[in-house]
Design a binder for this molecule. Sequence first.
Ligand code: T46
Length: 139
Amino acid sequence: MIEIKVKNSGIVFLQHFDDRNDGVLTIGESERSVPFKIQRIYYINNLKKRTAVRGKHAHKKQNQIIFCVNGSFVLNLDDGSKKQSITMNNPYMGIKLDAMLWHEMTDFSPDCVILVLADDYYDANDYIRNYEDFLSLVK
Ligand code: T46
């Protein structure tokens, strides 16, 4: 069981039904198992290079939950004081990326599929992409 050590994060588990050889059905409900109203979803696939790096930013206001629905990757979290790396390989477990949490995704398996649920529409101004700016804002 993973213990979240950084601030502005947490774990969400999704209910799922295992039909054995017929597959697994997984459910997330807005404002129920997903602790906000879902305004946007996006997914990332075709991660051909294990050495790819994604993320490297924090959000000013937006809250999200990130899942690895297939394969694996490493989620690197940094709240400005503590850092934590989580191997994402459980499709039923989401990690909360609340506002003001620096996150980077690395070490992608070729079959990795990432799903993200967000509580707002895309807004380029919500991103903090400079790490020094993040450190001064998070204090
Ligand atoms: C995050 C991590 C986990 C849009 O136009 N609309 C969108 O909703 C998103 C998510 C992205 N974009 C555009 C912006 C960029 O031109 O897609 C391009 C790639 O986005 P970015 O470089 O931000 O991708 P990642 O993987 O570094 O970050 C993404 C999310 O953007 C970010 O919010 O928290 O996944």
